[in-house]
Design a protein around this ligand. Structure first.
Ligand SMILES: Nc1ncnc2c1ncn2[C@@H]1O[C@H](COP(=O)(O)OP(=O)(O)O)[C@@H](O)[C@H]1O
Ligand SMILES: [Mg+2]
Length: 195
């Protein structure tokens, strides 16, 4: 029951964000950047993980440019080559060599010299499909960020997550599972939600 509801919600919300026009995407990204660049968490962080937008997700391009411009060190998720369901985080700079992973998402070419252990990151900007009024998060269904953030959730160690989303990704209530990690803060174009 819960699993099929979650799957239906993923479909509904993904269609909504895919339907946003280029203009709406640009406005949304600008509005999120205007909140993002005021946050103390961002100013205090040096090593910041973020992601490249896909599937109608909020465009992180302007945020990444802003981070580079302000001397922050930026990292992107890369699918772990052996450990299924796990992510590695690699340093990302304007000259990074990129390729498409099996989901068709661009990621830095794996090079162990560029891997940053998750516990050394200061902030983790987290993608999502949907979130609810309690800060519960629904992803694409791979559980990647639940695994990545589980240390933070259970032991308070590692980077603090910061969700990024469009307003249309908010739903009233998400049916959650024991492994789901709720987010302490989410930025959308119209609000800074925190719990
Ligand atoms: N910390 C974890 N350890 C082991 N498996 C996990 C963990 N977090 C999530 N999973 C597994 O990942 C799968 C997908 O999780 P789910 O929450 O449905 O995806 P998403 O968060 O991407 O929406 C589930 O089968 C779940 O058992
Ligand atoms: Mg989950």
């Amino acid at each position: 029951m819960t699993q099929s509801t979650r799957q239906q919600l993923r479909q509904q919300v993904r269609l909504k964000r895919q339907a946003l026009t280029l203009h709406q995407q640009e406005q949304a990204s600008k509005a999120v950047l205007a909140r993002f660049n005021q946050l103390q968490d961002v100013h205090h962080a040096q090593h910041i993980a973020i992601y490249l937008s896909n599937d109608g997700e909020l465009d992180t391009g302007p945020l990444i440019e802003w981070l580079w411009h302000h001397g922050k060190t930026v990292y992107l998720p890369v699918l772990h080559p052996f450990s299924k369901g796990h992510l590695l985080f690699l340093h990302y700079h304007p000259d990074s060599r990129m390729h498409c992973n099996r989901y068709g998402i661009a990621e830095p070419v794996l090079d162990v010299r560029h891997v940053k252990p998750v516990h050394e990151l200061d902030l983790m900007c987290t993608p999502m499909v949907a979130f609810d009024e309690q800060g519960q998060r629904l992803g694409m269904g791979g559980g990647y960020y639940d695994r990545t953030l589980s240390q933070w959730h259970h032991h308070g160690t590692g980077p603090r997550p910061l969700g990024l989303a469009h307003d249309c990704q908010q739903v009233r209530h998400l049916p959650c599972e024991a492994w789901d990690v709720p987010l302490p803060a989410i930025i959308t174009p119209s609000a800074y939600h925190h719990w």
